[in-house]
Design a protein around this ligand. Structure first.
Ligand code: ADP
Ligand code: MG
Length: 343
């Protein structure tokens, strides 16, 4: 049983500067599994950036393109466990034979070889046999091979082929990944909300998926399948502790006043001139989004208005975002500026 998960493919792996080398290398191996120049391929990088995804994509693509080839995916822990079991039942030879007969061996998380002397020995021999026969070996590791504390003879062999690293994706790449996963889940996330989420989840795509799963769960109850900024903010609180730490109502008021070319005092004044009222409502909306101030406290910040006025303002802005593209863009700009002003 190959243990491959069909949902991991090259098609649903979003390319970015952070992963294009690894992705192209993985693709090259898939298209030409017998090319010794790529053997072994080691993909390394921190947790949650797509190592397992790429590894399984290789397996899925080879299975599709070369149906006669036997492809085996295994984690290093699973391999160790199989070895331990086989030692207990005197069947290590059978296990080794079986592994020697695969055409493509995909080994996930080889950092789990550390301190496992016996596994390293068996794997060393297996590696040599497979490579002699031009059988493709692809491995992943959470650190560069040079930093992997294993037997030298094994480490040097791991460096014979190709190594490619995965690094943290840029904001745009994170947004593209989130958009693609949202689409797969049939939920709609407006670009400003997407940017807000991706701004806060920077180093781990699995975490980004966790946020999305939570959003999907909650969106069903609240809001059809639309995900608004408020919901995103609530969900994100469970993932990042420092969300919006530095954003204060004053920062928001200053940013909005500057954006609309107003004196900041106007926001708290009694003026009912249209563009001031709009700027005031937008400020209230943003204070609610970005801070933990209560409606009552927000009312006080804007010249002692009562909480129902604040609530009405927030609702007005929320409606405007849905119906007025100019306001929607203003808000995206403002959010960006407010976040950029953070710490
Ligand atoms: P790792 O093995 O490096 O810890 P995974 O391969 O398990 O990370 O990736 C974590 C999750 O993030 C997976 O669900 C994977 O599909 C997703 N993922 C990571 N990078 C990308 C990408 N570039 N495009 C689409 N999904 C990605
Ligand atoms: Mg993994």
């Amino acid at each position: 049983e190959s243990n491959l998960d069909g949902k991991y493919t090259f098609e649903n792996f979003i390319e970015g500067d952070c992963n294009s080398l690894a992705r192209n290398a993985a693709k090259a191996v898939s298209d030409n599994p017998n090319n010794t120049a790529f053997n072994p391929l080691v993909i390394h990088g921190p947790v949650g950036l797509g190592k397992t995804h790429l590894l399984k994509a290789v397996g899925n693509r080879i299975t599709e393109k070369f149906p006669h080839k036997s492809v085996l995916y295994v984690t290093t822990d699973q391999f160790t466990n199989q070895l331990v079991t086989s030692i207990g039942s005197n069947t290590t030879n059978e296990l080794v034979n079986w592994y020697q007969n695969v055409d493509v061996l995909l080994v996930d998380d080889i950092q789990q070889l550390i301190k496992r002397k016996k596994t390293q020995d068996v794997f060393f021999n297996l590696f040599n046999v497979l490579r002699q026969h031009n059988k493709a070996i692809v491995m992943t590791c959470d650190r560069p091979i040079i930093e992997l504390d294993i037997e030298e003879r094994l480490r040097s062999r791991f460096q014979w082929g190709l190594t490619a690293d995965l690094s943290a994706p840029a904001l745009e790449t994170r947004m593209a990944i989130l958009a693609s996963k949202a689409n797969a889940n049939e939920v709609l996330i407006a670009p400003p909300v997407m940017e807000f989420i991706c701004y806060h989840i920077q180093n781990n795509i699995r975490q980004l998926e966790g946020v999305l799963n939570n959003l999907v769960l909650h969106s069903g109850v609240n809001n059809g399948k639309q995900i608004d900024l408020e919901l995103a903010r609530q969900v994100l609180k469970n993932f990042v502790t420092e969300i919006n730490r530095e954003v204060t109502p004053e920062v928001i008021q200053r940013t909005v006043a500057e954006y609309y070319n107003l004196d900041v005092e106007k926001l708290a004044s009694a003026t009912r001139r249209r563009h001031v009222v709009l700027a005031r409502q937008i400020s209230m909306f943003l204070v609610k989004q970005f801070t933990d101030e209560s409606l009552k406290a927000i009312g006080r910040l804007f010249g002692g208005r009562d909480h129902s006025t604040v609530l009405y303002s927030i609702k007005t802005v929320r409606d405007l975002i849905e119906t007025n593209d100019e306001i929607k863009n203003d808000l995206a700009d403002l959010e960006r500026r407010i976040r950029a002003g953070q710490g």
